[in-house]
Design a protein around this ligand. Structure first.
Ligand code: CP
Ligand code: NVA
Length: 308
């Protein structure tokens, strides 16, 4: 069976834990090496990852490229607009061709159905590099960061502030798999996917929607936010106004636990969803979180290739 990573559930709870262990262990072993130097065991030597971007990216493209180099392989980056996909070649045919030329495919796109379609027709692993529905690779890096900062996941209280978006859906999914709780501080009308919430609850996570931002963040171990306007969404004044009370600023952060961590997948819109004082402050672990994209991608890739 080809292993696709379209959502965290494709791996499941046990494999997700193994992926996190692998990411943390391999990061420690190669500490201090130049970033482009391969790991001593080069477990993906000779393998090629094809990455297709239908949306912008800094972290995802660089981290997957560097991840493949560190694993001994290489990556090819395709901007969809300059490929035949951008001129109407079907996703199915693109999947067939890339499966003959590369050993795995990553896609960043809008409609989640596109990554599912790609996976249906590919004979090599397909990885979701972000869709409008979810961003599972990001959340592996987030989980790694929280663990590394001394907080084992089970039983933690996470607080989300702002828009009910793709990143939140994957956090909620992780809550079910890793058994932590999420208080979702999202204004009415901007809720996240109810299916992810229902599945996390069924798995035993306490996931609650809290309209009051102070109640959402009260006593939280982890405080997370993201842009109020995701890629492909309209920059509506009405939405920004609804989001304003959910800005993570020092006053709101002070309601969380004294040792709470602040996460943001980046890019940040300083002065909108988060202020400088928080993202540059003592609770912020966003640069570790960004670096961990590399270590997380490596473990996800190794899982996709059956090595984890
Ligand atoms: N967090 C994240 O996915 O960043 P990029 O959009 O830069 O890839
Ligand atoms: N929610 C954001 C995440 C960017 C990494 C977006 O989809 O634009």
């Amino acid at each position: 069976m080809t292993r696709h990573f379209l959502n965290l559930a494709d791996a499941g709870a046990e494999a997700l834990k193994a992926i996190l262990d692998d990411a943390i262990a391999r990061k420690a072993v190669r500490k201090g090496l130049p970033k482009g130097q391969a790991d001593a065991d080069a477990p993906l030597a000779g393998r090629v990852l094809a990455m297709v971007f239908e949306k912008n990216s800094t972290r995802t493209r660089v981290s997957f490229d560097i991840a493949m180099r560190q694993l001994g392989g290489s990556a090819v980056i395709l901007e969809a607009g300059t490929t035949q996909l951008g001129r109407g070649e079907t996703i199915a045919d693109t999947a067939r061709v890339l499966s003959r030329m590369a050993d795995a495919i990553m896609l960043r796109t809008d409609d989640h159905a596109k990554v599912e379609e790609l996976a249906r027709h590919a004979t090599v692993p397909v990885i979701n590099g972000l869709t409008d529905l979810s961003h599972p690779c990001q959340i592996v890096a987030d989980l790694e960061t929280v663990i590394e900062h001394g907080k084992p996941l089970a039983g933690l209280e996470w607080a989300w502030l702002g828009d009910g978006n793709n990143v939140l859906n994957s956090i909620v999914e992780a809550a079910g798999l890793c058994r932590f709780n999420v208080r979702i501080g999202v204004p009415e009308g901007y809720d996240s996917d109810p299916g992810f919430i229902a599945r996390a609850r069924a798995a035993g996570a306490n996931v609650t929607v809290v309209r009051d931002p102070v109640a959402a963040v009260a006593g939280a171990d982890v405080v997370v936010t993201d842009t109020w306007v995701s890629m492909g969404q309209a920059h509506a004044e009405e939405k920004l106004a609804a989001m304003a009370p959910y800005q993570v600023n020092p006053a709101l952060m002070a309601k969380a636990r004294a040792d709470a961590l602040f996460l943001h997948c980046l890019p940040a819109h300083r002065g909108e969803e988060v202020t400088d004082a928080v993202i540059d402050g003592p609770a912020s672990v966003v640069w570790d979180e960004a670096e961990n994209r590399i270590h997380a991608q490596k473990a996800i890739l190794r899982w996709a290739f059956g090595q984890v």
